[in-house]
Write a protein that binds this ligand. Structure first.
Ligand code: F6R
Length: 271
């Protein structure tokens, strides 16, 4: 596992975007797993810049998003700024700015008539695409990946889940409140890829930014593996695992100096 620490959010985002761009340049039809939330917004901005200024080509790229609120989906009949679906988020923050084909975008359908059947279908779509080459991840305040809340099985698959209080509060404050929603109006169920699904991605990259994430990042990277902090499953992954943090998010890591030293040595020896 590589733990990369950058001074601030901008540098963290540029580093992450460079890794993603590397996948796209090496394998133009690569399959990317994508996340929503505040953390990857800077990475998406940088990818958009690379597309505009450097010709980064998304025309063959295929994407699968981690999650979506149950009951929400991209609904063009609703005024745009009120639609808090992750589908709309992805459209606004990335997809509408790049040359990705609509048919290559996959986001769990929160409006699916039969959500349970739909979850099995989503897994099948990932399999049919040949699996995910690189899964981008954030980390929730309670340590979740996707919407895999504490207590989710580390072998879990795409399914319907209930959101816990902390996640509802975090996401209300970050998104729903600004759009004028009452806390009681928030959807409290979601469709999410499972931890088992995420671990099948060939490589993963987790981002975290800000002092508010410092404690949970330390638990995730340096605490015991536990279903109470589902992102600790990071230690069960066998492929390339990259964690990109800004200084504030890295500030509670016991082995902070070690991670810095490893990065210095790797760059010195060209590894
Ligand atoms: C969203 C997702 C979540 C977020 C996490 C952190 O697709 O997968 O696990 O990554 O809740 O959210 P932010 O980035 O807003 O702190």
């Amino acid at each position: 596992m590589d733990v990369i620490i950058r001074e601030n959010y901008g540098q963290m985002s540029r580093y992450a975007a460079e890794i993603i761009a590397g996948y796209i340049r090496t394998k133009p039809n690569c399959v990317l797993g994508l996340a929503t939330g505040r953390t990857p917004v800077g990475t998406y901005k940088e990818l958009i810049r690379m597309h505009r200024e450097e010709g980064l080509d998304f025309s063959e790229v295929r994407t699968f998003n981690l999650d979506e609120y149950l009951g929400l989906g991209m609904n063009l009949d609703k005024p745009y700024d009120l639609d808090q679906s992750y589908a709309r988020f992805m459209h606004e923050e990335l997809f509408k700015h790049i040359n990705i084909k609509k048919e290559n975008i996959h986001i769990p359908d929160g409006l699916a008539k039969e959500p349970k059947k739909y979850c099995a279908y989503y897994e099948e779509e990932i399999r049919k695409a040949g699996g995910i080459d690189l899964q981008l991840l954030g980390i929730g305040g309670d340590g979740h990946w996707g919407f895999n809340e504490p207590g989710s099985s580390l072998g879990s698959r795409t399914r319907v889940v209930a959101l816990n209080e902390q996640t509802l509060n975090d996401n209300y404050n970050a998104f729903f409140k600004k759009a004028g929603f009452k806390r009681s109006e928030m959807p409290c169920f979601a469709i999410t890829m499972g931890i088992g699904t995420i671990l099948e991605a060939r490589n993963i990259m987790m981002l975290a930014s800000g002092g508010g994430k410092a404690d949970i990042v330390a638990k995730c990277l340096e605490g015991p593996i536990t279903a109470q902090v589902t992102s600790t499953a990071i230690h069960l992954h066998g492929g390339d695992v990259t964690v990109v943090l800004d200084e504030a998010a890295a500030s509670k890591l016991i082995r902070y100096e070690h991670y810095k030293q490893v990065e210095r040595l790797k760059s010195q020896y060209g590894l």
